[in-house]
Design a binder for this molecule. Structure first.
Ligand code: SF4
Length: 492
């Protein structure tokens, strides 16, 4: 990236979602455009590259590129006016953010054309690639998605749904997938349901999306979530999609709790649970767990926007007024010139500025969703302190992050996670708060149990991984030692 760095690295200390996916099939509606609209609503899930593939039953056209959706499609959508389309927006680790790793991936095979877009991370990709290479496969990208495509097209079955069911039994890890063939749109979700995927009804067809907010944007009516371990096949003109299972699924469900804490949009409903109401419930739990603050603080602020909904919940439960004490500049560009150390602090000031009359002489609770490396909270608190705050009490709507994620989220390796190497008191001192309180794991569970989201993954808080990465000689040992998970480094 030369003199430029990712904007988020300057003043955000957040886990990174790695992708958003969308698909549409309709005989009469503009599927390429609907996919563009859906991806636009999913841009928060990835800003580094975007792509759309469109098929008309004979040919398939794909356009992919680096940057935001609006950058990539500045000059228009794929030229083909087809009846089915899929799309992808991507976040990656820096090393893999290159054009060859953009999606959807498109290949020709014995059955015609195939395009695939993936959100998640395979945990046995090395074993899969080894097996496929032994059969003569070549890999052109560093994406695990390429292994997913290769294993599907090489499966010893005729129909695409049979190929998918057969091959998905060999694939491990997190994968929500949309796949296009010449005559079908297919949605696939791994047996744990780590990453979200839902189905919507168009006026004359079907849509599939990472989040329900994208169905809304495309004018589709939410029908249901794709179940863990399910393959759903849509055909043009088909009144009902066909459903197949490659694993028992729901018994083992481990939906990512971070979708509710931070990643997903608040207007999305995932696996039956409203993201907005979940965050309100987390804020209420924070208030119940810290009753002393009710009498002590004059107001509750949020770190906008990620802490806002939980801060509102805190205010509702405690009776403390929620005020917008930090103004967020919404026009900060996607990249900044590489900062010197001095300019790094400018990054936070460019984005956030205290509203002085709300801060001067006040004792304030301030809510954020998470602390990963601990690089940003201190700068935000210093802004408030410099604006005259008397006391600052930091509230976090997730428990301390102690373990890395192997399922499609870029958190950090364990030794970079501040909570895995420091006590809460040490972190409090480091960020300069008068007090620092994380929601308890029990409190987080209570907040989510109020909904209907089924079994959740909490592994980054308690190390209870639903699935160990096969590519690690000993996944638990790697997590404990703080080493990088080899299956994750290159992303998709
Ligand atoms: S380890 Fe954490 S971030 Fe990863 S899937 Fe589980 S809850 Fe989500």
């Amino acid at each position: 990236m030369g003199d430029f760095v990712k904007r988020q690295e300057l003043y955000d200390d957040k886990p990174r979602e790695e992708c958003g996916i969308f698909g549409a099939i309709s005989a009469t509606e503009p599927v390429g455009y609907l996919t563009y609209l859906g991806l636009f609503a999913l841009q928060h899930r990835g800003q580094e590259s975007a792509g759309i593939a469109v098929g008309d039953g004979r040919a398939m056209d794909a356009k992919r590129g680096m940057g935001l959706l609006t950058d990539v499609f500045r000059d228009g959508l794929p030229e083909l006016k087809g009846d089915k389309a899929i799309g992808h927006v991507r976040y990656s680790t820096a090393g893999a953010s290159i054009p060859v790793n953009t999606q959807p991936l498109k290949v020709g095979f014995s059955g015609g054309n195939l395009a695939l877009a993936h959100n998640g991370n395979l945990t046995n990709v090395n074993a899969l690639k080894h097996e496929l290479a032994g059969k003569g496969a070549f890999f052109h990208t560093s994406m695990d998605t390429e292994a997913l495509v290769a294993i599907i097209v090489s499966a010893d079955k005729q129909a695409i749904e049979e190929k998918i069911v057969e091959s998905m039994r060999k694939v491990e890890g997190a994968f929500s997938v949309v796949l296009l063939t010449d005559d079908k749109l297919v949605a696939v979700r791994d047996k744990f349901g780590f990453r979200p995927l839902c189905i919507g009804r168009l006026a004359d067809g079907w849509a599939v999306a990472s989040e329900s907010c994208a169905l809304d944007a495309a004018g589709a009516k939410f029908v249901r979530d794709v179940k863990p371990g399910e393959v759903v096949v849509f055909t043009r003109g088909g009144q009902r999609p066909e459903s197949f299972f490659f694993a028992a699924g729901t018994k083992e469900a481990a939906h990512c709790v971070f979708e509710y804490i931070y990643f997903a949009r608040t207007d999305s409903i995932i696996d039956g649970q409203s993201v907005y109401l979940s965050r309100i419930a987390m804020g209420r739990e924070l208030a119940r767990e810290n009753p002393d603050l009710k009498e002590r603080v004059d107001a509750v602020f949020s770190v906008p926007d990620s802490g806002t909904t939980a801060a509102i919940g805190f205010g509702m439960e405690s009776g403390v007024p929620f005020l917008e004490g930090l103004n967020k500049n919404r026009y900060v560009g996607r990249t900044f010139i590489q900062p010197t150390q001095q300019k790094r602090d400018v990054g936070v000031r460019m984005k956030l500025n205290p509203v002085r009359p709300l801060v001067e002489g006040k004792t304030v609770a301030i809510v954020d969703d998470s602390i990963v490396r601990g690089t940003t909270s201190g700068k935000i608190l210093k802004l408030l302190r410099d604006a005259g705050a008397r006391e600052l009490h930091m509230l976090i709507s997730s428990p301390p992050i102690l373990y890395p994620c192997y399922y499609g989220i870029d958190t950090a390796v364990r030794k970079e996670l501040i909570a895995s190497t420091h006590t809460v008191e040490e972190i409090r001192q480091y960020i300069g708060a008068d007090s620092l309180r994380f929601i308890s794991l029990a409190g987080l569970r209570r907040a989510l149990d109020a909904g209907d989201s089924g079994a959740m993954c909490y592994a980054c808080f308690n190390g209870d991984y639903p699935l160990w990465p096969k590519d690690q000689p000993d996944g638990r040992q790697a997590a404990e030692s703080g080493e990088t998970c080899q299956c994750r480094g290159e992303g998709k």
